[in-house]
Write a protein that binds this ligand. Structure first.
Ligand code: ZN
Length: 217
């Protein structure tokens, strides 16, 4: 059972569909581990649809009606339902991460103890990556310009503010400098979503910046 959760604002944006895609995947994965947030998400969705139904109808002008009518004449491509997954099935990327199926991904070495794999989500504003931290090792101390979301998939890690296990969801903003250390008993695999490039603050790790496509300060 997860002990660290997305805050209300994030959950609200997730439920209303306004959260960027990479961050949504991170929240969605957390919901797989957390009954409490899953229930809150369902309630927010119900609330959203109730509010939508109560909205007063808006007056529209004739041009909109003409546009709609003209589109009715357009030829419509038939939809194929054969490969459509069940409506409530998680997207393939999430299913794969939930299965722990990430060995064959393209891993880049960050330090001797840390490797990362960037995954494409189609969200160009957010970097979505898996981090593999060897048992007992640390990710170099770093800051970032925007928000950093982390979700633990395997093992656990600690930083200056707490200890995190599988399913835990951690949000850090630009001011919080931290240095996560994996637990000693096993390797840690976590997801990191960044909405601005990461910046290592220890001078000796500046050399790894090219791996992460970081502009040195
Ligand atoms: Zn939760």
């Amino acid at each position: 059972m997860a002990n660290y959760h997305p805050d209300t604002r994030l959950l609200n944006e997730y439920s209303s569909g306004t959260l960027p895609l990479a961050q949504s995947v991170c929240v969605s994965l957390h919901l797989n581990y957390c009954d409490q947030c899953r229930r809150a998400h369902q309630q927010l969705q119900q609330l959203g649809s109730a509010l939508f139904e109560e909205m007063a109808p808006q007056q529209v002008d004739d041009s909109l009606l003409r546009t709609v009518m003209s589109r009715l004449d357009d030829e419509v491509q038939p939809l194929s339902y054969q490969s459509t997954p069940a409506a409530d099935a998680p997207p393939p990327l999430i299913q794969r991460l939930m299965r722990g199926d990430y060995e064959d991904l393209g891993w880049e070495k960050v330090t001797s103890d840390v490797r990362m794999s960037r995954l494409r989500t189609g969200d160009i504003d957010n970097e979505f990556a898996l981090y593999h931290i060897r048992a007992g090792a640390s990710i170099p101390r770093h800051t970032h310009k925007g928000t950093e979301l982390t979700l633990v998939l395997e093992g656990g890690f600690s930083d200056e503010e707490g200890h995190y296990e599988v399913g835990d969801f951690i949000m850090r903003d630009a001011e919080q400098q931290h240095s996560p250390t994996a637990t000693r008993d096993r390797d840690c695999i976590c997801i990191g979503v960044l909405d601005a490039p990461i910046k290592f603050t220890d001078w000796k790790y500046r050399v790894v910046n090219p791996f992460l496509k970081i502009q040195p300060s």
